[in-house]
Design a protein around this ligand. Structure first.
Ligand SMILES: [Zn+2]
Ligand SMILES: [Zn+2]
Length: 280
């Protein structure tokens, strides 16, 4: 995958709204929709990866019953069907290689592009300002908002999500933010079997009190298979909490699993509407 670069706009005192407009002008964002005819996972909004034969009897005009077989996609993807870890996931935008995925990758892995955390934070801020209410309608009041942290030794100690949050001064959900809730104790995901969450990848910070029965909203930059996010969710569950997640991006590939989503999302006008979320 080659990721595109971005020219930093000459911005003085841009607001989150200005940065959101910039991101939309750069065509980074694509609505996450649930009304695409078939093959969108009801759990994570990615493409579902399996098909099954749906067989029905149909009466033809002359009255004979004939067997009719149609290939259908599953309503949920394999990881959502198989793995525990999160009570719910809400991505803000579909993320394609030359769009949002490039911005997220550059912000994280290219120090000359770290300024991209400002527009990314603006996207997250705008979304939470409008949709924290929908999240609470669906999953109940949020008691704690936190981030999926990086490992202390990753990127020279620079934590991508904590840096991103620091780019905006005030966030919705006043009083429930607790950035240092989890720590990443596993060194890398390399030993993670694909998609499968690991209960030992994250743990509650040692000085944290009980979060028993608390609704915890985990924020992360992107969702691919959900392995990392679900691992963080498992740590919350192990401490008695109830994890849900919001991610800025939901990666989809233009392949047999995701092509129909990519086509639908990129043919839509407007590409992204900040007043919309996938659950309302
Ligand atoms: Zn899924
Ligand atoms: Zn909403």
């Amino acid at each position: 995958m080659s990721y595109r670069g971005f020219n930093k706009p000459i911005s003085t005192n841009w607001t989150t709204r200005d940065w959101l407009s910039w991101a939309m002008d750069e065509r980074l964002l694509l609505d996450v929709r649930t009304d695409i005819p078939e093959g969108v996972c009801a759990g994570c909004y990615g493409g579902t990866d399996k098909t099954y034969e749906d067989t029905t009897f149909v009466r033809d005009p002359s009255g004979f019953m004939t067997l009719h077989t149609e290939l259908r996609r599953w309503p949920r993807c394999f990881p959502c069907n198989s793995f525990d870890g999160l009570d719910g996931i809400l991505p803000i935008s579909y993320s394609l290689g030359n769009r949002l995925e490039s911005a997220i990758w550059r912000a994280k892995n290219d120090t000359a592009h770290r300024w991209l955390n400002v527009p990314l934070a603006s996207i997250l801020h705008t979304f939470l300002s409008s949709h924290l209410e929908c999240i609470e309608d669906k999953w109940g009041p949020v008691d704690v908002i936190t981030v999926v942290p990086s490992h202390a030794t990753a990127r020279g100690g620079w934590d991508h999500m904590k840096d991103l949050i620091s780019k905006v001064r005030t966030w919705p959900g006043k009083g429930v933010w607790e950035l240092d809730l989890l720590e990443k104790v596993g060194l890398s995901n390399a030993d993670t079997r694909r998609d499968r969450p690991r209960a030992d990848l994250f743990q509650l910070m040692p000085d944290k009190g009980a979060i028993e029965g608390q609704r915890v909203l985990l924020l992360d930059d992107t969702y691919t298979t959900g392995g990392t996010l679900r691992s963080a969710g498992l740590a919350v569950k192990a401490a008695g909490g109830q994890p849900i997640a919001v991610t800025i991006g939901r990666q989809v590939r233009n392949d047999q699993y995701g092509a129909h989503i990519v086509a639908d999302a990129t043919n839509r006008a407007p590409l992204f509407d900040p007043r919309r979320c996938a659950i309302h």
